[in-house]
Design a protein around this ligand. Structure first.
Ligand SMILES: O=C(O)CCC(=O)C(=O)O
Ligand SMILES: [Fe+2]
Length: 395
């Protein structure tokens, strides 16, 4: 970060023509100089948030057999429960427990050994050009839900939260387009939303313009995270190790309690705390965004320090806005005007992850996502994708 303070943007200014230019200016500086921000007056009802967050203790207190029944090991989509310290970052265990969830979607992957003739797209249409035999399509699929008896109202609360934050994320992307000085709606089709109206009606949306390419609406991912108090003599205090987000385009993080822990790396290589601020989301940018803007907008490095032995349990809920698995970073880059790519700020961070994004082998978002999931959950990867795939992505 160029500045050592994380800005707080008031999204209600977007609805006031006199304040909106100031908001867009703040957003520009947050995008190009800071890489991390809070948003308030974001439009997600506090009752929608609390309906989910109030259920987190009950979810994590499910009997061990019930949690095990929701294990990620059951899911080729890497959706489900991971026990305490089962995930690693930078080769070290993260002292947290989690449920990985996502947009509820059906399976589209077709086992190549069974595919005959045409593909079927997500809407069931035969004849799609999309190759659903590609391995990364297997990441897409349904959640594992707790039973209604165990955590009453969980599925409804999760779904309402997902839908509200998805809507916020789409509104926020429109503001980014305005801050970039590009037409509002330019990125809509990344999310399977309406194409921009074709400038030339004769092409009927089928011209070779980039806008003509439609995608399946992506799967957004949501982590439900619990960081329990760490043991008195922990070898490490790593709640989650230093990283840049690689699960999507933008991240909208809700810090449930008032406990500190989240820290952001500044350009002077010092860790700045990102304390929870009531009624706000923390927003940051993923590796794909950094790669698409050729580093003009940085995916800022952050980490979480585990609560101390006498602290309370910390819960948090990041929402990772998804991107189409069959989209390539080079393709996204085509939508980012040259003037935006030149506006590089001075955010620093762990470069290696973003560099690996620019490796042409992982140019498709699906490949880079699969690689990320394989590397953080090797047991799941080996079970569903096999040893060869595990070795390919981890070597
Ligand atoms: O728990 C938090 O506050 C942040 C978690 C995080 O950065 C992540 O899971 O990517
Ligand atoms: Fe993160």
């Amino acid at each position: 970060m160029a500045s050592d303070t994380i800005p707080i943007l008031d999204l209600s200014w977007a609805d006031d023509p006199t304040l909106k230019p100031k908001l867009l200016q703040q957003l520009q500086s947050a995008l190009f100089d800071v890489g991390f921000l809070y948003i308030k007056n974001h439009g997600v009802d506090s009752s929608t948030i609390s309906a989910l967050t109030d259920r987190l203790p009950a979810l994590f207190n499910l009997r061990e057999e019930e949690r095990a029944a929701m294990s990620k090991l059951n899911s080729p989509h890497f959706l489900g429960y991971s026990g305490f310290a089962e995930e690693t970052t930078l080769g070290k265990q993260d002292l947290r427990e989690q449920f990985d969830m996502g947009t509820e979607l059906s399976v589209v992957w077709r086992d190549p050994s069974h595919v005959v003739g045409h593909n079927v797209d997500g809407s069931g249409n035969v004849g799609s050009e999309r190759d659903f035999a590609k391995m990364y399509w297997r990441l897409r699929g349904p959640n594992q839900w707790p039973s209604e008896e165990s955590v009453a109202g969980f599925r409804e609360a999760f779904t309402a939260y997902h839908d509200a934050v998805q809507d916020l994320s789409y509104r926020f992307v429109h503001l980014i387009e305005e801050a970039f000085g590009i037409p509002v709606g330019t990125f809509d089709h990344f999310f399977g939303r309406d194409l921009l109206p074709s400038k030339d009606p004769s092409t009927n949306g089928t011209s070779n313009s980039p806008q003509a390419h439609t995608f399946l609406p992506p799967q957004h991912r949501i982590k439900l995270l619990k960081y329990p108090p760490s043991p008195a003599t922990p070898e490490s205090k790593q709640g989650v190790g230093a990283h840049k987000d690689s699960s999507g385009w933008l991240t909208f993080l809700y810090q449930v309690s008032s406990l500190p822990g989240l820290e952001v790396l500044s350009s002077s290589n010092t860790w700045i705390p990102a304390h929870p601020i009531p009624d706000t989301f923390v927003v940051n940018f993923g590796n794909a965004f950094e790669a698409a803007t050729e580093g003009a907008v940085k995916a800022t490095t952050h980490r979480v320090i585990a609560p101390g032995p006498d602290a309370e349990t910390r819960y948090s809920v990041p929402f990772f806005q998804g991107l189409p698995l069959d989209m390539t970073v080079s393709e996204v880059r085509g939508y980012i005007p040259e003037h935006v790519r030149r506006m590089r700020g001075s955010v620093s961070g762990v470069e290696s992850e973003a560099q690996s994004f620019l490796d042409s082998r992982w140019d498709s978002l699906g490949e880079s996502q699969l690689r990320k999931w394989v590397r953080s959950h090797r047991d799941v990867a080996e079970k569903w994708y096999g040893r060869e795939v595990l070795e390919y992505y981890t070597s």
